[in-house]
Design a protein around this ligand. Structure first.
Ligand code: NAD
Ligand code: UD1
Length: 339
């Protein structure tokens, strides 16, 4: 089976490409490299021991997509391509809606034209807004507080509408919790531009000495130690969720909406401790004010993924931190690090 992976050079995409190839799928990567580098693909090629077909293009370009679909019989698309920085989305909403929502509409149009009607989409736990209770089930109400989150909600609805219009479509919406860690080779990982927004890359860069200290955003939440609690999931477990979803795509006769999380929540301070243990480095931190838009606690009920995808996260917090540290310490400047 030939799978098109949009955003396949990015953090989650590159890990998923590795697992897809190891599972025997043929993979084509489609990326405009607006938030990634070709070096990630070079590294993936080394891990899997084969060349990867890459199309450089934008999902908003029918021409770019047409080049891939006219020269390949694509069986399914795993759609990672998108912009993902929450703060930036508040400042540049039109850019986010154009890239994420419009880009997905154009991708689906081109897929339809070439009779490829199977898509697995990267949604996010952010669609649960501030949940009234945890663990979070797929049936919980959805909401969004920023354009990034709203783009995910809109795309979910667009894909559901598409299925209603034509039941030949196969649609799986995967709602990720907080992906962290890296491939255990230490050669691919998360490589954020500039100052990281997310906790784990910030901790890793502090441990390696690139940042002086971590700001802990709030210690007065209603959580055991007062700091925010999240469901961190190893990126390789997350990638495996996509392989399981692809394996079962034909079994489903409705749009599937599935949480990919571990079901366990860890606080910011627990993550700091775990990372210090895994790295043997100190992670200095200071308590800072709460970050606007943050919630106290967010973790998944992952039982539906177990039931319908036969998938569950296998890697614990130690492995997440060890693999994250291996990547960070071997690549202090991400993909720009000379090997
Ligand atoms: P990433 O930025 O590392 O990867 C996204 C990739 O898409 C990049 O390689 C980028 O160059 C590419 N891209 C963006 N716009 C494009 C366009 N118009 N045309 C072609 N390529 C384009 O991000 P990631 O962390 O790997 O996330 C992948 C997906 O998962 C995103 O849709 C993101 O919103 C979603 N998601 C991520 C997280 C997370 O914490 N990382 C959580 C929930 C959901
Ligand atoms: C954030 C986004 C979410 C997105 C997800 C994955 C916000 C409000 N939410 O989720 O929409 O889907 O990333 O990209 O941006 N923290 C610190 N110091 C830091 C960074 C984070 O204390 O420097 C804390 C946060 O307050 C939070 C936890 O660490 O309690 C995790 O933060 P982060 O990694 O940014 O993820 P989310 O906020 O869960």
């Amino acid at each position: 089976m030939k799978i098109l992976v949009t955003g396949g050079a990015g953090y989650i995409g590159s890990h998923t490409v590795v697992l897809l190839i190891e599972a025997g799928y043929e993979v084509i990567v489609f990326d405009n490299f607006c938030n990634s580098s070709r070096e990630s693909i070079n590294r993936v090629e080394k891990i899997v021991g084969q060349k990867i077909t890459v199309f450089e293009g934008d999902i908003r370009s029918r021409d770019d997509l047409g080049k891939v679909f006219s020269s390949n019989k694509i069986d399914a698309v795993i759609h990672f391509a998108g912009l993902k920085a929450v703060g930036e989305s508040v400042e540049q909403p039109l850019r986010y809606y154009d890239n994420n929502v419009n880009g997905t509409v154009i991708l689906c149009e081109v897929m339809e034209k070439y009779n490829c009607k199977s898509i697995i989409f990267s949604s996010s736990a952010t669609v649960y807004g501030d949940p009234h209770t945890t663990p979070i089930l797929e049936s919980f109400p959805t909401s969004a507080t920023n354009p990034y989150g709203r783009s995910k909600l809109f795309i979910e609805e667009i894909l559901r509408d598409l299925y209603v219009s034509d039941n030949d479509w196969k649609v799986i919406l995967l709602r990720y919790f907080n992906p962290v860690g890296a491939h255990n080779s230490g050669t691919i990982g998360e490589d954020p531009n500039g100052i990281p927004n997310n906790l784990m890359p910030f901790i890793a860069q502090t441990a390696v000495g690139k940042r002086e200290y971590l700001s802990v955003f709030g210690d007065d939440y209603d959580t055991p130690d007062g700091t925010g609690v999240r469901d961190y999931i190893h990126v390789v477990d997350l990638a495996q969720g996509h392989v399981n979803a692809l394996d079962r795509l034909d079994d489903f006769s409705e749009v599937m909406t599935i949480n990919l999380g571990t079901g366990k929540g860890y606080s910011v301070l627990e993550m700091v401790k775990a990372f210090e243990k895994a790295s043997g480095k100190k992670v200095p931190y200071k308590i800072a004010p709460r970050r606007a838009g943050d919630i106290a606690t967010c973790f998944a009920d992952p039982s539906y993924a177990k039931e319908v995808l036969d998938w569950e996260a296998k890697r614990g917090i130690e492995e997440m931190c060890e693999d994250g540290w291996l990547w960070q310490s071997q690549n202090p400047d991400g993909y720009l690090t000379k090997s």
